[in-house]
Design a protein around this ligand. Structure first.
Ligand SMILES: Nc1ncnc2c1ncn2[C@@H]1O[C@H](COP(=O)(O)OP(=O)(O)OP(=O)(O)O)[C@@H](O)[C@H]1O
Ligand SMILES: [Mg+2]
Length: 463
């Protein structure tokens, strides 16, 4: 019980700080705008009203099967992804989404940037409200705001209203807690129904990716699907073949599914702790010889807890600690960062560096914004060593999956990679090395799941 309230308090703090800035909005107006259904021109020749939605931790897509046309629907500036980001712009008194949200945040508009809404699912907080302009706003409705955007943007492009949806879900919303996992799924059903979907069903994200891959193969294969996204690593071991594409019930072809809560945001955190936080005093020695407490830097390296480092309590604690620190260069820099509220900016630099290190051996990061002339070189080798333990857990999850399916490593014909984090070379190599006979296929790292969900939607609801 105590643990549960601890978790609630944690998420409450996390999202209250995000929402404090949303209070300038009239929540009921927003609600009306995004939860009421828009009448849309129904004169389209195809009767299909079913789509697939991949609501991701970092990016989302919507797919719709239309013969002879691209499956994924353009959601922002002709692009098929909408970054799962909401920015409550105070000056203009409106929420904005996706790339535009990131742009306005980086341009310095006053407001609050919210990311990783998917992590609300499976937390106890999802049942709670938060106060917006003295009005209670359920956290659940925050999800509704973003998923409502996916629906309305897809409908505007498609010129039709979608009534049925297959939503993707990770293999585990919550590790080792089936009740919380079920609640997470139920929450998504409620949100989708409120948005106007009459039929709502689910497919595991890696299975959806498998169906997308199956649409391209010419013979039967035993395939390990590896989907490493922003929040989770999801796997499925599936038997795929051109002949079986049209079979409705594929239960027997799904040999096992598994996953673990490790994704791109965890890799960002490790890179930050290994390469960036030491500049800001992480690992400093106290005069006693002990290391400085790590909690402030942990918070600064984690997107959702960055605001807590700006709190008066945290600053007072750091202030009194300073007198006991041997070399104060790092902590003084930390104070500059706090003064400039540059934590989210720094986190974005770290993420960008991680992405660059997929191609490059090194990245030079200029930090003049925090201190003139300050910079750091971050290498791929440093990044790889920082995520070593996480990769071991990811490999452990694959081993478990193969054992669940009683399949030997040499039996896997193909390993299919999807999800943004599958771009990390060390991660790919470490999984590939486990499967001596498997050929490696790279899917559309941001689109495979949305496409697979659309295939599933057309099978379940017709097109
Ligand atoms: N080239 C790259 N190398 C390494 N990581 C990358 C690359 N491109 C994107 N990423 C990371 O991929 C993640 C986003 O991937 P993706 O869009 O597949 O996640 P998601 O579907 O939103 O998350 P999830 O499926 O876990 O809910 C982010 O953490 C991003 O930093
Ligand atoms: Mg994903």
């Amino acid at each position: 019980m105590q643990q549960m309230w601890g978790q609630i308090a944690y998420f409450q703090a996390r999202f209250n700080s995000e929402l404090a800035y949303a209070s300038a909005f009239d929540w009921h107006t927003l609600r009306g705008r995004f939860f009421d259904r828009n009448p849309i021109d129904m004169n389209s020749p195809s009767p299909a009203r079913a789509c697939g939605i991949d609501f991701g931790t970092s990016n989302s897509t919507v797919g719709w099967i239309r013969p002879g046309m691209e499956t994924l629907i353009a959601l922002e500036d002709g692009k098929i992804t909408l970054p799962s980001v909401v920015f409550f712009n105070i000056e203009e008194r409106r929420p904005v989404y996706g790339r535009l949200a990131l742009h306005e945040y980086l341009e310095g508009y006053e407001g609050r940037l919210m990311r990783s809404l998917k992590s609300l699912l499976g937390s106890k907080l999802i049942k709670h409200d938060t106060s917006v302009l003295g009005t209670a706003m359920p956290f659940k409705d925050l999800l509704g705001l973003f998923i409502g955007q996916l629906k309305s943007r897809a409908e505007a492009t498609a010129g039709r209203e979608f009534e049925e949806v297959v939503l993707g879900r990770p293999v585990f919303f919550v590790d080792d807690d089936p009740m919380a996992d079920k609640e997470a799924e139920d929450t998504l059903v409620d949100v989708a129904r409120k948005l106007g979907f009459k039929e709502v069903s689910f497919q595991y994200e890696p299975i959806a990716a498998a169906f997308d891959y199956e649409s391209t193969i010419e013979k039967e294969e035993l395939v390990l699907i590896v989907d490493i996204g922003g929040g989770t690593s999801d796997f499925s071991l599936v038997r795929l073949s051109p002949e079986r594409r049209s079979v409705d019930n594929r239960h027997d072809d799904i040999l096992a599914t598994g996953g673990v809560h490790i994704g791109g945001t965890d890799f960002d955190k490790q890179l930050s702790l290994a390469g960036m936080m030491p500049l800001f005093g992480y690992g400093s020695r106290m005069k006693s010889g002990a290391y400085m407490p790590t909690s402030h830097h942990m918070n600064l390296a984690t997107w959702h807890t960055i605001n807590s480092v700006y709190s008066q309590k945290s600053q007072l604690a750091l202030g009194s600690m300073r007198y006991d620190i041997e070399d104060t260069g790092g902590i003084d820099r930390l104070f500059k960062l706090i003064e400039q509220r540059a934590g989210h900016w720094l986190a974005m630099e770290v993420e960008e560096t991680k992405i660059q290190l997929t191609q490059e051996d090194n990245r030079h990061v200029a930090l003049d914004r925090i201190e003139k002339g300050l910079s750091v070189d971050l290498s791929r080798a440093l990044f790889e060593s920082s995520i070593d333990n996480l990769l071991e857990r990811v490999r452990g999850s694959v081993t478990q999956l193969l054992s669940d399916a009683s399949v030997g490593v040499e039996q896997v014909d193909t390993v299919f990679f999807t999800g943004g984090s599958s771009g990390i070379p060390a991660l790919r190599h470490s999984i590939s090395a486990m499967l001596p006979n498997a050929r490696h296929v790279e899917g559309n790292i941001f689109g495979s799941i949305g496409s697979g969900l659309a295939i599933e939607a057309s099978k379940r609801y017709g097109y």
